[in-house]
Design a protein. Structure first.
Length: 91
């Protein structure tokens, strides 16, 4: 019934996908030259970092949106203002 998995599950799934992608790239580069392999590993690492950052930014934006919605849905309490005395009021 949930429309979105909890952020822990989503983070784990993203991490597993990134791991699989990194492993795939490493496997493909084993036969290539050391310079190409280093470049491919660097690219895979940077891509994984970028994807992780994008996911974190998206989670933060969703959380901020949710907090804003919750804040709007709660009724505001009315607090009486303190009464300001004027020179004509007896004290």
């Amino acid at each position: 019934m949930r429309s979105q998995p909890p952020s822990g599950e989503a983070s784990r799934r993203r991490a597993e996908e990134q791991f699989k992608t990194t492993k795939k790239i490493q496997h493909q580069t084993e036969a290539s030259t050391p310079a190409r392999r280093a470049e491919a590993e660097k690219t895979a690492r940077l891509r994984a970092l970028r994807l992780a950052k994008e996911a974190a930014d998206k989670d933060a934006a969703n959380r901020d949106t949710l907090v804003a919605k919750v804040g709007r849905s709660q009724p505001r309490r009315r607090v009486p203002r303190p009464r300001i005395s004027s020179p004509s009021d007896p004290t």
